[in-house]
Write a protein that binds this ligand. Structure first.
Ligand code: CP3
Length: 366
Protein backbone atom coordinates (compact mmCIF):
# COMPACT_ATOMS: atom_id res chain seq x y z
CA UNK A 1 0.00 0.00 0.00
CA UNK A 2 1.39 3.41 -1.00
CA UNK A 3 1.78 6.07 1.69
CA UNK A 4 -0.65 8.99 1.38
CA UNK A 5 2.21 11.22 0.15
CA UNK A 6 3.03 8.78 -2.59
CA UNK A 7 -0.54 7.81 -3.49
CA UNK A 8 -2.19 7.74 -6.89
CA UNK A 9 -4.39 10.68 -5.88
CA UNK A 10 -1.38 12.92 -5.20
CA UNK A 11 0.41 11.70 -8.33
CA UNK A 12 -2.64 12.32 -10.51
CA UNK A 13 -2.98 15.86 -9.08
CA UNK A 14 0.65 16.52 -10.02
CA UNK A 15 0.07 15.08 -13.50
CA UNK A 16 2.32 12.09 -12.94
CA UNK A 17 1.42 8.69 -14.42
CA UNK A 18 -0.72 6.43 -12.21
CA UNK A 19 -1.86 2.80 -12.36
CA UNK A 20 -5.53 3.86 -12.53
CA UNK A 21 -7.64 6.99 -12.24
CA UNK A 22 -8.18 7.96 -8.58
CA UNK A 23 -11.71 8.71 -7.41
CA UNK A 24 -13.33 10.59 -4.52
CA UNK A 25 -16.55 12.60 -4.17
CA UNK A 26 -17.14 16.14 -3.02
CA UNK A 27 -19.53 15.97 -0.05
CA UNK A 28 -18.84 12.26 0.26
CA UNK A 29 -19.49 12.56 4.01
CA UNK A 30 -22.93 13.73 4.97
CA UNK A 31 -26.60 13.20 4.73
CA UNK A 32 -26.63 10.50 2.07
CA UNK A 33 -24.94 8.15 4.59
CA UNK A 34 -27.08 6.46 7.28
CA UNK A 35 -23.98 6.09 9.50
CA UNK A 36 -23.48 9.87 9.26
CA UNK A 37 -27.03 10.64 10.38
CA UNK A 38 -26.63 8.18 13.26
CA UNK A 39 -23.24 9.53 14.44
CA UNK A 40 -24.20 13.21 14.19
CA UNK A 41 -27.55 12.87 15.93
CA UNK A 42 -29.00 16.29 16.73
CA UNK A 43 -25.73 18.26 16.75
CA UNK A 44 -25.53 21.12 14.25
CA UNK A 45 -22.81 21.00 11.62
CA UNK A 46 -20.84 23.76 13.35
CA UNK A 47 -21.02 21.91 16.69
CA UNK A 48 -19.95 18.71 14.97
CA UNK A 49 -16.85 20.37 13.49
CA UNK A 50 -15.82 21.47 17.01
CA UNK A 51 -15.68 17.84 18.15
CA UNK A 52 -12.44 16.38 16.70
CA UNK A 53 -13.26 12.71 17.46
CA UNK A 54 -16.62 13.01 15.74
CA UNK A 55 -15.30 15.09 12.84
CA UNK A 56 -12.53 12.53 12.27
CA UNK A 57 -15.04 9.68 12.38
CA UNK A 58 -17.29 11.45 9.83
CA UNK A 59 -14.26 12.09 7.58
CA UNK A 60 -13.41 8.38 7.62
CA UNK A 61 -16.94 7.02 7.10
CA UNK A 62 -16.97 7.42 3.30
CA UNK A 63 -13.39 6.15 3.04
CA UNK A 64 -14.45 2.93 4.78
CA UNK A 65 -17.73 2.55 2.91
CA UNK A 66 -16.65 3.49 -0.61
CA UNK A 67 -12.91 2.78 -0.52
CA UNK A 68 -12.30 6.13 -2.23
CA UNK A 69 -8.75 7.34 -2.96
CA UNK A 70 -8.93 10.47 -0.76
CA UNK A 71 -10.61 11.72 2.42
CA UNK A 72 -12.02 15.25 2.64
CA UNK A 73 -11.79 16.87 6.04
CA UNK A 74 -15.16 17.16 7.75
CA UNK A 75 -15.54 20.92 8.19
CA UNK A 76 -17.26 23.77 6.35
CA UNK A 77 -16.17 26.83 4.39
CA UNK A 78 -17.80 29.08 7.02
CA UNK A 79 -15.85 27.64 9.99
CA UNK A 80 -13.05 30.30 10.07
CA UNK A 81 -15.64 33.11 9.89
CA UNK A 82 -17.59 31.65 12.79
CA UNK A 83 -14.31 31.18 14.67
CA UNK A 84 -13.45 34.89 14.49
CA UNK A 85 -16.80 35.72 16.01
CA UNK A 86 -19.13 36.53 13.12
CA UNK A 87 -22.72 35.73 13.99
CA UNK A 88 -23.61 33.09 11.47
CA UNK A 89 -25.30 29.75 11.31
CA UNK A 90 -25.61 26.91 8.84
CA UNK A 91 -29.26 25.96 8.58
CA UNK A 92 -30.29 22.47 7.44
CA UNK A 93 -31.56 22.48 3.83
CA UNK A 94 -30.69 26.18 3.51
CA UNK A 95 -26.96 26.76 4.03
CA UNK A 96 -25.02 29.62 5.62
CA UNK A 97 -27.02 32.55 7.03
CA UNK A 98 -25.45 35.72 8.50
CA UNK A 99 -27.28 37.70 11.15
CA UNK A 100 -26.11 41.12 9.96
CA UNK A 101 -25.07 40.98 6.32
CA UNK A 102 -22.11 43.11 5.23
CA UNK A 103 -23.12 46.34 3.43
CA UNK A 104 -20.72 49.18 4.24
CA UNK A 105 -17.06 50.00 4.73
CA UNK A 106 -17.32 49.97 8.54
CA UNK A 107 -18.46 46.31 8.38
CA UNK A 108 -14.90 45.40 7.35
CA UNK A 109 -13.82 45.90 10.97
CA UNK A 110 -15.86 42.82 11.83
CA UNK A 111 -13.26 40.65 10.06
CA UNK A 112 -10.34 40.41 12.44
CA UNK A 113 -7.14 38.44 11.90
CA UNK A 114 -7.75 34.70 11.96
CA UNK A 115 -5.38 32.78 14.28
CA UNK A 116 -6.22 29.11 13.59
CA UNK A 117 -4.29 27.75 16.59
CA UNK A 118 -6.26 29.92 19.05
CA UNK A 119 -9.53 30.43 17.17
CA UNK A 120 -10.16 26.95 15.80
CA UNK A 121 -7.73 24.43 17.36
CA UNK A 122 -10.32 21.68 16.80
CA UNK A 123 -9.69 21.74 13.02
CA UNK A 124 -6.00 20.99 13.49
CA UNK A 125 -6.84 18.40 16.19
CA UNK A 126 -9.15 16.59 13.77
CA UNK A 127 -6.34 16.48 11.21
CA UNK A 128 -3.93 15.14 13.88
CA UNK A 129 -6.39 12.34 14.69
CA UNK A 130 -6.83 11.53 11.02
CA UNK A 131 -3.08 11.33 10.48
CA UNK A 132 -3.07 8.31 12.79
CA UNK A 133 -5.97 6.42 11.24
CA UNK A 134 -6.36 7.48 7.64
CA UNK A 135 -4.54 5.43 5.01
CA UNK A 136 -5.51 7.68 2.07
CA UNK A 137 -4.51 11.33 1.53
CA UNK A 138 -6.50 13.94 3.44
CA UNK A 139 -7.81 16.95 1.53
CA UNK A 140 -8.08 20.21 3.47
CA UNK A 141 -10.14 23.05 2.07
CA UNK A 142 -11.42 26.62 2.26
CA UNK A 143 -14.03 28.70 0.51
CA UNK A 144 -12.57 31.14 -2.02
CA UNK A 145 -12.87 34.89 -1.30
CA UNK A 146 -15.72 35.48 -3.78
CA UNK A 147 -17.87 32.59 -2.53
CA UNK A 148 -17.36 33.59 1.11
CA UNK A 149 -17.97 37.28 0.29
CA UNK A 150 -21.22 36.38 -1.43
CA UNK A 151 -22.51 34.77 1.77
CA UNK A 152 -21.37 37.71 3.92
CA UNK A 153 -23.04 40.26 1.65
CA UNK A 154 -26.23 38.39 0.68
CA UNK A 155 -26.67 37.07 4.22
CA UNK A 156 -27.95 33.77 2.84
CA UNK A 157 -27.63 31.55 -0.24
CA UNK A 158 -28.48 33.53 -3.35
CA UNK A 159 -29.53 32.87 -6.93
CA UNK A 160 -28.59 36.17 -8.56
CA UNK A 161 -25.98 37.71 -6.22
CA UNK A 162 -27.49 41.16 -6.79
CA UNK A 163 -26.19 42.77 -3.58
CA UNK A 164 -22.74 41.28 -4.07
CA UNK A 165 -22.47 42.44 -7.68
CA UNK A 166 -23.81 45.89 -6.78
CA UNK A 167 -21.17 46.41 -4.09
CA UNK A 168 -18.45 44.94 -6.29
CA UNK A 169 -19.16 47.51 -9.00
CA UNK A 170 -20.12 50.55 -6.96
CA UNK A 171 -18.05 50.49 -3.77
CA UNK A 172 -14.40 49.62 -4.53
CA UNK A 173 -13.32 50.91 -1.10
CA UNK A 174 -15.47 48.11 0.33
CA UNK A 175 -14.90 45.31 -2.20
CA UNK A 176 -11.11 45.28 -2.48
CA UNK A 177 -10.35 45.38 1.25
CA UNK A 178 -13.08 42.79 1.89
CA UNK A 179 -11.58 40.39 -0.66
CA UNK A 180 -8.09 41.10 0.61
CA UNK A 181 -9.01 40.42 4.24
CA UNK A 182 -10.78 37.22 3.23
CA UNK A 183 -7.71 36.15 1.21
CA UNK A 184 -5.53 36.55 4.31
CA UNK A 185 -8.02 34.58 6.41
CA UNK A 186 -8.12 31.81 3.81
CA UNK A 187 -4.30 31.70 3.55
CA UNK A 188 -4.13 31.40 7.36
CA UNK A 189 -6.76 28.64 7.38
CA UNK A 190 -5.16 26.58 4.59
CA UNK A 191 -1.64 27.09 5.97
CA UNK A 192 -2.73 25.77 9.38
CA UNK A 193 -4.37 22.75 7.76
CA UNK A 194 -1.22 22.05 5.72
CA UNK A 195 1.02 22.45 8.77
CA UNK A 196 -1.26 20.06 10.67
CA UNK A 197 -0.74 17.51 7.92
CA UNK A 198 -3.30 17.53 5.09
CA UNK A 199 -1.85 16.17 1.84
CA UNK A 200 -3.68 18.43 -0.61
CA UNK A 201 -6.01 21.43 -0.47
CA UNK A 202 -9.08 22.48 -2.44
CA UNK A 203 -10.26 26.07 -2.83
CA UNK A 204 -14.05 26.07 -3.32
CA UNK A 205 -15.20 29.01 -5.45
CA UNK A 206 -18.61 27.41 -5.79
CA UNK A 207 -20.39 30.52 -7.10
CA UNK A 208 -17.67 32.08 -9.31
CA UNK A 209 -19.61 30.83 -12.34
CA UNK A 210 -22.20 33.56 -11.72
CA UNK A 211 -19.69 36.19 -12.88
CA UNK A 212 -18.85 37.53 -16.32
CA UNK A 213 -15.29 36.99 -17.49
CA UNK A 214 -14.65 40.69 -17.01
CA UNK A 215 -15.92 40.72 -13.44
CA UNK A 216 -14.04 37.56 -12.54
CA UNK A 217 -10.80 38.95 -13.91
CA UNK A 218 -11.17 42.40 -12.38
CA UNK A 219 -12.77 41.71 -9.00
CA UNK A 220 -11.93 38.11 -8.07
CA UNK A 221 -8.88 36.74 -9.94
CA UNK A 222 -6.21 38.82 -8.10
CA UNK A 223 -7.37 37.52 -4.73
CA UNK A 224 -7.56 33.83 -5.65
CA UNK A 225 -4.13 34.26 -7.29
CA UNK A 226 -2.79 35.77 -4.07
CA UNK A 227 -3.90 32.64 -2.19
CA UNK A 228 -2.27 30.14 -4.57
CA UNK A 229 0.90 32.26 -4.77
CA UNK A 230 1.22 32.41 -0.98
CA UNK A 231 0.73 28.66 -0.60
CA UNK A 232 3.27 27.87 -3.32
CA UNK A 233 5.75 30.27 -1.76
CA UNK A 234 5.32 28.86 1.75
CA UNK A 235 4.88 25.16 1.02
CA UNK A 236 6.50 24.55 -2.39
CA UNK A 237 5.06 22.82 -5.41
CA UNK A 238 4.70 19.24 -4.19
CA UNK A 239 1.49 19.77 -2.18
CA UNK A 240 -1.37 19.68 -4.70
CA UNK A 241 -3.77 22.61 -4.89
CA UNK A 242 -7.21 22.16 -6.47
CA UNK A 243 -9.45 25.01 -7.69
CA UNK A 244 -13.18 24.31 -7.91
CA UNK A 245 -16.22 26.12 -9.26
CA UNK A 246 -19.65 25.42 -10.73
CA UNK A 247 -20.78 26.76 -14.12
CA UNK A 248 -17.27 28.05 -14.80
CA UNK A 249 -16.89 26.97 -18.45
CA UNK A 250 -16.49 30.59 -19.57
CA UNK A 251 -13.75 31.41 -17.03
CA UNK A 252 -11.77 28.16 -16.75
CA UNK A 253 -8.64 29.60 -18.37
CA UNK A 254 -8.73 32.49 -15.89
CA UNK A 255 -9.26 30.15 -12.93
CA UNK A 256 -6.38 28.01 -14.21
CA UNK A 257 -4.07 31.03 -14.37
CA UNK A 258 -4.51 31.70 -10.63
CA UNK A 259 -1.99 28.87 -10.16
CA UNK A 260 -3.65 25.61 -9.00
CA UNK A 261 -2.34 22.15 -9.96
CA UNK A 262 -5.85 20.86 -10.64
CA UNK A 263 -9.00 22.44 -12.08
CA UNK A 264 -12.22 20.85 -10.81
CA UNK A 265 -14.98 21.31 -13.37
CA UNK A 266 -18.69 20.61 -13.44
CA UNK A 267 -20.65 18.53 -15.96
CA UNK A 268 -21.49 21.38 -18.33
CA UNK A 269 -18.21 21.04 -20.24
CA UNK A 270 -16.70 17.80 -21.64
CA UNK A 271 -13.24 17.14 -20.23
CA UNK A 272 -11.53 17.11 -23.63
CA UNK A 273 -12.77 20.69 -24.12
CA UNK A 274 -11.15 21.71 -20.82
CA UNK A 275 -7.56 20.79 -21.62
CA UNK A 276 -6.91 23.53 -24.21
CA UNK A 277 -7.79 26.03 -21.46
CA UNK A 278 -5.16 24.72 -19.04
CA UNK A 279 -1.41 24.68 -19.03
CA UNK A 280 0.11 21.35 -20.00
CA UNK A 281 0.91 20.26 -16.47
CA UNK A 282 -2.45 21.02 -14.92
CA UNK A 283 -4.72 18.09 -14.08
CA UNK A 284 -8.52 17.94 -14.27
CA UNK A 285 -10.98 16.79 -11.64
CA UNK A 286 -14.57 15.87 -12.39
CA UNK A 287 -17.14 15.82 -13.73
CA UNK A 288 -20.18 13.56 -13.40
CA UNK A 289 -23.46 15.40 -12.89
CA UNK A 290 -24.53 14.50 -9.31
CA UNK A 291 -28.13 14.18 -10.57
CA UNK A 292 -27.03 11.25 -12.77
CA UNK A 293 -26.37 9.30 -9.56
CA UNK A 294 -30.13 9.35 -8.94
CA UNK A 295 -30.96 7.63 -12.25
CA UNK A 296 -30.28 3.97 -13.13
CA UNK A 297 -26.84 2.43 -12.69
CA UNK A 298 -26.70 1.73 -16.43
CA UNK A 299 -26.91 5.48 -16.96
CA UNK A 300 -24.28 6.15 -14.28
CA UNK A 301 -21.89 3.65 -15.90
CA UNK A 302 -22.49 5.02 -19.40
CA UNK A 303 -21.82 8.61 -18.31
CA UNK A 304 -18.83 7.68 -16.14
CA UNK A 305 -17.35 5.73 -19.07
CA UNK A 306 -17.80 8.72 -21.34
CA UNK A 307 -15.98 10.96 -18.82
CA UNK A 308 -13.08 8.50 -18.50
CA UNK A 309 -12.79 8.35 -22.31
CA UNK A 310 -12.86 12.16 -22.60
CA UNK A 311 -10.16 12.42 -19.93
CA UNK A 312 -7.97 9.93 -21.72
CA UNK A 313 -8.39 11.73 -25.03
CA UNK A 314 -7.23 14.86 -23.28
CA UNK A 315 -4.16 13.41 -21.65
CA UNK A 316 -2.80 11.30 -24.47
CA UNK A 317 -1.61 13.93 -26.99
CA UNK A 318 1.12 15.14 -24.64
CA UNK A 319 2.78 11.71 -24.63
CA UNK A 320 5.26 10.73 -27.30
CA UNK A 321 4.00 7.15 -27.38
CA UNK A 322 0.65 6.29 -25.89
CA UNK A 323 0.75 3.32 -23.58
CA UNK A 324 -2.43 1.22 -23.78
CA UNK A 325 -3.04 1.63 -20.07
CA UNK A 326 -2.38 5.34 -20.02
CA UNK A 327 -3.67 7.28 -17.02
CA UNK A 328 -2.59 10.78 -16.26
CA UNK A 329 -3.91 14.07 -15.01
CA UNK A 330 -7.47 13.04 -14.16
CA UNK A 331 -9.15 12.63 -10.80
CA UNK A 332 -12.64 11.21 -11.14
CA UNK A 333 -15.24 13.12 -9.11
CA UNK A 334 -18.70 14.57 -9.42
CA UNK A 335 -19.09 18.05 -10.89
CA UNK A 336 -20.48 19.26 -7.53
CA UNK A 337 -21.31 17.66 -4.17
CA UNK A 338 -23.15 14.38 -3.61
CA UNK A 339 -26.89 15.10 -3.40
CA UNK A 340 -28.47 14.05 -0.07
CA UNK A 341 -30.97 11.80 -1.91
CA UNK A 342 -28.16 9.67 -3.41
CA UNK A 343 -28.25 5.94 -2.67
CA UNK A 344 -24.82 5.14 -1.16
CA UNK A 345 -24.80 1.81 -3.04
CA UNK A 346 -24.72 3.73 -6.31
CA UNK A 347 -21.49 5.43 -5.22
CA UNK A 348 -19.99 2.10 -4.12
CA UNK A 349 -20.73 0.70 -7.59
CA UNK A 350 -19.40 3.85 -9.24
CA UNK A 351 -16.07 3.59 -7.39
CA UNK A 352 -15.88 -0.02 -8.55
CA UNK A 353 -16.67 1.01 -12.11
CA UNK A 354 -13.91 3.65 -12.18
CA UNK A 355 -11.46 1.24 -10.56
CA UNK A 356 -12.11 -1.54 -13.04
CA UNK A 357 -12.51 0.65 -16.09
CA UNK A 358 -10.53 -0.96 -18.84
CA UNK A 359 -8.80 1.82 -20.68
CA UNK A 360 -7.24 -0.63 -23.13
CA UNK A 361 -10.63 -1.08 -24.78
CA UNK A 362 -10.73 2.56 -25.93
CA UNK A 363 -9.17 3.96 -29.02
CA UNK A 364 -7.36 7.18 -28.33
CA UNK A 365 -8.42 9.74 -30.90
CA UNK A 366 -5.94 12.44 -31.80
O1 CP3 B 1 -17.79 15.26 2.60
C1 CP3 B 1 -17.68 16.49 2.62
O2 CP3 B 1 -17.36 17.10 1.60
C2 CP3 B 1 -17.93 17.20 3.92
C3 CP3 B 1 -17.17 18.45 4.18
C4 CP3 B 1 -17.84 19.72 3.64
C5 CP3 B 1 -18.97 20.37 4.20
N1 CP3 B 1 -19.14 21.57 3.57
C6 CP3 B 1 -19.80 19.88 5.31
C7 CP3 B 1 -21.24 20.23 5.25
C8 CP3 B 1 -17.37 20.51 2.61
C9 CP3 B 1 -16.21 20.24 1.66
C10 CP3 B 1 -18.20 21.67 2.58
C11 CP3 B 1 -17.96 22.79 1.65
C12 CP3 B 1 -19.00 23.83 1.48
N2 CP3 B 1 -19.87 24.35 2.41
C13 CP3 B 1 -19.17 24.54 0.28
C14 CP3 B 1 -18.36 24.34 -0.99
C15 CP3 B 1 -18.80 23.10 -1.71
C16 CP3 B 1 -20.12 23.25 -2.46
O3 CP3 B 1 -21.00 22.44 -2.17
O4 CP3 B 1 -20.21 24.14 -3.31
C17 CP3 B 1 -20.22 25.45 0.47
C18 CP3 B 1 -20.79 26.41 -0.57
C19 CP3 B 1 -20.63 25.34 1.82
C20 CP3 B 1 -21.68 26.12 2.53
C21 CP3 B 1 -22.76 25.19 2.95
N3 CP3 B 1 -22.71 24.40 4.08
C22 CP3 B 1 -23.94 24.83 2.22
C23 CP3 B 1 -24.38 25.46 0.90
C24 CP3 B 1 -24.57 23.82 2.94
C25 CP3 B 1 -25.80 23.03 2.52
C26 CP3 B 1 -27.03 23.31 3.32
C27 CP3 B 1 -27.97 22.12 3.25
O5 CP3 B 1 -28.31 21.62 4.31
O6 CP3 B 1 -28.36 21.72 2.12
C28 CP3 B 1 -23.79 23.58 4.10
C29 CP3 B 1 -24.07 22.58 5.14
C30 CP3 B 1 -23.14 21.42 5.18
N4 CP3 B 1 -21.78 21.50 5.14
C31 CP3 B 1 -23.52 20.06 5.35
C32 CP3 B 1 -22.34 19.32 5.41
C33 CP3 B 1 -22.21 17.84 5.62
C34 CP3 B 1 -24.95 19.56 5.43
C35 CP3 B 1 -25.49 19.91 6.75
C36 CP3 B 1 -26.13 18.74 7.41
O7 CP3 B 1 -25.64 17.60 7.31
O8 CP3 B 1 -27.14 19.03 8.06
Amino acid sequence: MDSPDNSRFIKACLNQPVDRTPVWFMRQAGRSLPEYRLARGTLSILETVKNPELAAELTLQPVKRYDVDAAVLFSDIMVPLKAIGLELDILPNVGPVIEKPFAKVSDLDRIRKYEPEEDAPYVQETIALLKKDCRVPIIGFAGAPFTIASYLVEGKPSRNFIKTKTLMHTLPEFWSPLMDKLSDLIIASLSAQITAGVHAIQLFDSWAGSLSRYDYQEYVWPFSKKIFDALTKNFGTSLPKIHFGVGTSAILDLMASTGPDVLSVDWRIPLDKVSPLLSENQAIQGNLDPAICLTSFDTVAREAGRILRDAKRRSAPHEKSVSPSFHRGHIFNLGHGVLPETDPDTLTRLVDFVRNYDSTSDDVQP
